[in-house]
Design a protein around this ligand. Sequence first.
Ligand code: MRU
Length: 365
Amino acid sequence: MNSSIKPRSLHGPLSDPRYTGTVALRWHGNSLELLDQRLLPAQECWIALESASGVAQSIQDMVVRGAPAIGISAAYGVALAARKAEGEGWQAEIKMAVRELGASRPTAVNLFWALQRMEQVLADCVALNEAQERLEREAVAIHQEDLAANLAMATYALEAMGLSSGNPSPVSVLTHCNTGALATGGYGTALGVIRRLHEKQLLKQVYADETRPWLQGSRLTAWELMRDEIPVTLNADGAAAAILAEGEVRWIIVGADRITANGDVANKIGTYSLAVLARHHKVGFMVVAPSSTVDMALKSGAEIPIEERDGAEIREMRGVPLAPEGVKVFNPVFDVTPATLIDLIVTEKGAVRNPDAAGMSALFG
Ligand code: MRU
């Protein structure tokens, strides 16, 4: 483990001049460095990984998290497996790594999407050195495309919000979990839209749900926004209804882990409650995600595998008990928001308003 403080550095040759902010992963050719998100905001500690197993474990343990970042990390994991492979069984070794990475977390489809892209490249390679070179190139492409998608989505989102022309007034928004640079190849999905609003001076403030139990909102989103001097107010998840009742917030903007063919969306637990609240308070509800999060093979959200994590995440915080020892816990870490509660799904391919099977198929069919 390599711990050091390396603020704001980019991934060397991968950098995109349009975004030079915070990143969560850096590729060095022979290793993948991940910013350990379990330790933020107290410590900025980078972990260097040289094997696919190390990457799979880091995804499972949430050193790296967020659907796109999980997919990008897994792709680099396959590139690392190719570097280590040798002898006649090199293809089998790489395929085994793909299986191990695929077993790390079940809900974010970006993981399986990225692994499938890597497998397609592998299937085309006849020699190990060819596979090593092409798999690395594919992982880098996945990484770069994700950043480019985020920048494109922000543009579409502002258009869809009616904020890209005329003389619009700044808005306040509410977000859940962390969908920023830490969860993606850079810039962010929902948080990318918020970043763009701020860049255009169209953001009054962001309310950030703390996002129990893992606290992606308080530990990561608040940290990321404060670093970039974007006005953020942190609130307990249970305060969202009271905030919406005040009437200041115009949009709830969230990310996604999987979007099915009818427009249902799996995202961080608590997202569904926010969509219900948004409808009650007549506040817009927008989901922002790259097309790598869209799973047209699943008809509806009922088919999405929802990850349940250890009850200790609810019972305790960093070893400090928060509940009676041994209490039974239900800890699904994602929920499914029905398409009927969603006003807009924005991807780099465009936006679907009032999503349903027809609208989704028109864009992703
Ligand atoms: O458990 P996590 O932190 O991986 O969950 C993350 C989310 O639910 C995000 O909202 C989603 O992955 C989109 S990140 C751009």
